[in-house]
Design a protein around this ligand. Structure first.
Ligand SMILES: [Zn+2]
Length: 269
């Protein structure tokens, strides 16, 4: 059994003192690949560095809507820093970017301009784009329709409605499910049954959004197993089958060779 954690931020200071142990626990839990996503030029560069240092780690580069002012300060320089990182062989996605009208910085228009520029980078590079969305209603779908031609999107931490999920999948996009799925308040079990599982990905969003039973504590990639168990239960399939299918999806959309993932682990269930 082998997992891909398609969304993590292991550059976060929370991991400063024990990153090596966190990576070891991930490997022991069967996490064969971890995608670290940058949130501005500096953290994107650090994600590429982590990918250089650790076989398990892969990288995405982008400006998060919470860091929009870093891009607005010098747009051309910011984008050219991303472009120079995009050529690295372990950079497999553009992001984390998106829209956040709840906690994001800058105007809604500035966020849309940034998002459009990231879609252009994705189109140019042939890489998928990883999208964060909060408080945006139908805006994300509109952006996908307006800018998304020819680009595969990963809708990270998807908690959107069933119809939007089905539409996104019908367009060839992917839905990332994380720790929120395990929360008692989650009403996603019915939703996930209505989607094509070949477009579902697992993620942690480490250090945020720890799944039950670690809710409220620092999240780490090894905890992906709890989310996987909850989703497998909702779908009525084994955790092994869920791992196999979501890992295949992740390798397909990110272009990570399945042979690079390592041996995996026994399920123990
Ligand atoms: Zn994130």
């Amino acid at each position: 059994m082998i997992f891909v954690d398609t969304h993590a931020h292991l550059f976060w200071p929370d991991f400063e003192t024990d990153r090596e142990q966190v990576l070891r626990r991930a490997a022991e839990a069967g996490v064969g690949a971890i995608l670290n996503l940058g949130t501005n030029a500096e953290t994107s560069r650090i994600c590429v560095g982590l990918a250089d240092e650790h076989e398990q780690c892969w990288a995405a580069v982008g400006f998060h809507p919470h860091n929009i002012e870093d891009l607005a300060a010098d747009r051309e320089q910011g984008l050219s820093q991303l472009r120079s990182l995009m050529g690295h062989p372990k950079v497999v996605a553009i992001g984390e970017t998106g829209l956040d009208f709840y906690r994001g910085r800058g105007t809604e228009e500035a966020q849309r301009v940034s998002l459009k520029a990231h879609f252009e980078l994705a189109r140019m590079s042939g890489l998928p784009i990883v999208l964060h969305s909060r408080g945006t209603g139908s805006e994300l779908r509109e952006a996908l329709e307006e800018f998304g031609a020819g680009v595969k999107a990963i809708l990270h931490c998807f908690v959107g409605d069933e119809a939007f999920g089905r539409w996104a999948v019908s367009q060839g996009h992917f839905l990332g499910l994380g720790g929120i799925f395990t929360f008692p308040t989650s009403d996603m079990a019915d939703m996930v049954r209505s989607w094509d599982i070949d477009h579902v990905l697992l993620e942690t969003d480490s250090p945020f959004l720890s799944p039950v039973p670690h809710r409220g504590k620092r999240n780490e990639p090894a905890f992906i197993l709890h989310t996987a168990r909850a989703i497998a239960r909702a779908l009525g399939i084994s955790v092994e089958e869920l791992a196999e299918r979501t890992t295949r999806n992740a390798c397909r959309v990110l272009g990570i060779p399945q042979a690079d993932l390592g041996p995996g682990v026994a399920s123990g269930d």
